[in-house]
Write a protein that binds this ligand. Structure first.
Ligand SMILES: N[C@@H](CCC(=O)N[C@@H](CS)C(=O)NCC(=O)O)C(=O)O
Length: 337
């Protein structure tokens, strides 16, 4: 039997009210319903510490699904910093809504405990990425934009076989890199969240338009053929910032955050750029499509209450040199990270 219209109306308003309460816990918004990302703790820029080259003196803490952690992980991988900075991967605990260590780290079971130990005020967000100093038992930086700048100056590997002096902020591209980074941070990196966490149609529309305006500008820049990378002939921190968002596009953001108006295959220069970046040494090892989908679809309850993780394209079909031809989509779901 069909429910009567008054019941449908009542259920819809009740559900909408409940959704707003849940969104309040997940994602703060302004009065117009625009998502406002809360500031990160330990966000001050700092100089490279004196013991930076000492093996294992510092630990980079990341979570696989987090795009902000992904950018730090990328710089760590591209600059071959494994000898000086150890990597610790935390796992999400969706029931408790926090990150936990797979084995106790400095006596802590969760990231929140470590934040508390390092002096974060009670109740503050405990976010990845985080650079931690074992000697000082203190957080060095907890904000990804500052962290990637710091890691770019970090002394590279002592082992000559692994040494890479890759400077991800080449002086001749510095101005263009800074401009792209600023634009990407707001309209693309945070932009996909502004779409997914919008509370009103107007908030969504504005964020969605800004996102695609920037992606189209990046497409135009790369398609003009002047250089292979966003800010010039060498890969930079601008490329590092763009990659974690673009590699999650078809797998997570388009279906979950509603950003599928222009699929990436319609932006061929960006498609080729993404494949090129994925081929840089170390980058593939930072990509965990299964974990991304599990964490986003499984944990963002107000956006996806069923928790069902939908099937998606295998990562391999997204990083080929050209978009897959019809009928060449590969197996139905990805199995490898
Ligand atoms: N501003 C921070 C944001 C990092 C961030 O939001 N990380 C998320 C995962 S994608 C997190 O750890 N959230 C846990 C929480 O909010 O409790 C940065 O860029 O480093």
């Amino acid at each position: 039997m069909l429910p009567p219209p008054w019941l449908v109306r009542g259920a819809r308003s009740l559900w909408h009210w409940q959704w707003l309460q849940l969104m309040g816990g997940l994602a703060p918004a302004d009065a117009q319903g625009n998502y406002r990302r809360p500031p990160a703790g330990f966000g001050e820029a700092i100089a490279v510490p004196g013991d930076a080259a000492e093996p294992g003196a510092h630990v980079l803490i990341v979570g696989r699904s987090c795009p902000w952690a992904h950018r730090a992980w990328l710089v760590w991988a591209l600059r071959a910093l494994a000898d000086s900075i150890h990597l610790v991967v935390v796992e999400p605990d969706p029931q408790a809504g926090r990150w936990r260590f797979t084995e106790p780290f400095e006596g802590c079971g969760t990231l929140a405990e470590l934040y508390g130990r390092c002096g974060a005020p009670p109740g503050s967000r405990a976010t990845v990425p985080l650079l931690y100093s074992r000697r000082r038992q203190q957080v060095v930086v907890g904000e990804s934009a500052r962290l990637i700048e710091l890691l770019n100056h970090w002394p590279a590997a002592t082992n000559p076989d692994r040494k890479t002096d890759r400077d991800l902020d080449p002086p001749e591209q510095r101005q263009a890199t800074a401009a792209w980074r600023q634009r990407l941070q707001e309209s693309v990196n945070d932009g996909v969240y502004r779409c997914g966490f919008a509370r009103t149609q107007a908030a969504y529309d504005a964020a969605e338009a800004a996102l695609f305006t920037t992606l189209e500008a990046a497409e135009a820049q790369l398609a003009a053929g002047g250089s292979l990378w966003l800010s010039g002939p060498r890969p930079s921190l601008a490329d590092v910032q763009l990659f974690p968002t673009l590699i999650r596009m078809e797998l997570v953001y388009a279906p979950l955050f509603g950003v599928g108006r222009r699929p990436l295959w319609q932006l061929p220069a960006l498609w080729a750029w993404r494949s090129r970046f994925h081929q840089l040494p170390g980058v593939a090892d930072t990509c965990w499509p299964q974990a991304w989908r599990r964490d986003y679809f499984g944990a963002l309850f107000p956006l996806h209450p069923s928790g069902i993780v939908p099937a998606g394209p295998p990562l391999a079909t997204l990083v080929g040199s050209s978009p897959p031809a019809p009928g060449d989509a590969g197996p139905i779901s990805d199995i490898a990270g």
